[in-house]
Design a protein around this ligand. Structure first.
Ligand SMILES: [Zn+2]
Ligand SMILES: [Zn+2]
Length: 148
C-alpha cells in the first residue's frame, strides 16, 4: 500500500479523523486522473468546519509537502470535490441554482447552502477555482425567543 496523506493531518501530522477531509482530483499531464484525499486532525478539522481554516490553505500545504506548489496558480491541474464537512458524504450540488425541493439554496446574504444527503447538516459552499467546495458547516441562525 502506498502512503497516503489521508491518514495523517496535512497541517500538523497528527492522526487524521474520518471527517472532514479535503477531496481532490489531480490531473497530471500524460497520467490518468487520480483522486487524493487530504486528512485533518480533530483540531484542524474543527477549524475547517467553522470556516476558520481555509480549504485552499490545506491544499497548498499538501502541495508544498509534495513539492508541486505553483504559487502563481495553486489550483493548476487540480479539481476540488465537495464533500460534507460533517460526515464526508459527497455533496450533490444542483446546477441551475436554488429552487423548492432542491437540496441547494441561496440565502438572502448570497451564501450557497447545500443539504448533505448523508446527515442532517448543511454546508456553506463557495466556488474555489471554479469548483464548488464546502468551506464551512452552516449554523442555522438561532430563532428569536418568544416573548415571555
Ligand atoms: Zn492537524
Ligand atoms: Zn453530512
Amino acid at each position: 500500500m502506498t502512503p497516503s496523506p489521508s491518514t495523517h493531518c496535512v497541517l500538523c501530522g497528527f492522526e487524521a479523523v474520518l471527517a472532514p477531509r479535503v477531496h481532490l482530483r489531480v490531473l497530471d499531464p500524460g497520467a490518468p486522473a487520480r483522486e487524493v484525499t487530504l486528512g485533518l486532525c480533530e483540531t484542524h478539522g474543527a477549524r475547517l468546519r467553522k470556516g476558520e481554516l481555509r480549504t485552499l490553505l490545506v491544499v497548498e500545504t499538501w502541495q508544498t509537502a509534495e513539492g508541486r506548489l505553483n504559487p502563481a496558480n495553486p489550483l493548476h491541474g487540480l479539481r476540488l470535490v465537495a464533500h460534507c464537512l460533517a460526515c464526508d458524504t459527497p455533496l450533490e450540488i444542483a446546477d441551475g441554482g436554488a429552487g423548492p425541493g432542491k437540496t441547494t439554496r441561496t440565502l438572502p446574504t448570497g451564501e450557497l447552502i447545500v443539504e448533505c444527503p448523508g446527515c442532517p447538516m448543511h454546508n456553506v459552499v463557495e466556488s474555489i477555482g471554479g469548483d464548488p467546495m464546502a468551506v464551512q458547516l452552516w449554523q442555522r441562525p438561532a430563532r428569536p425567543r418568544p416573548p415571555s
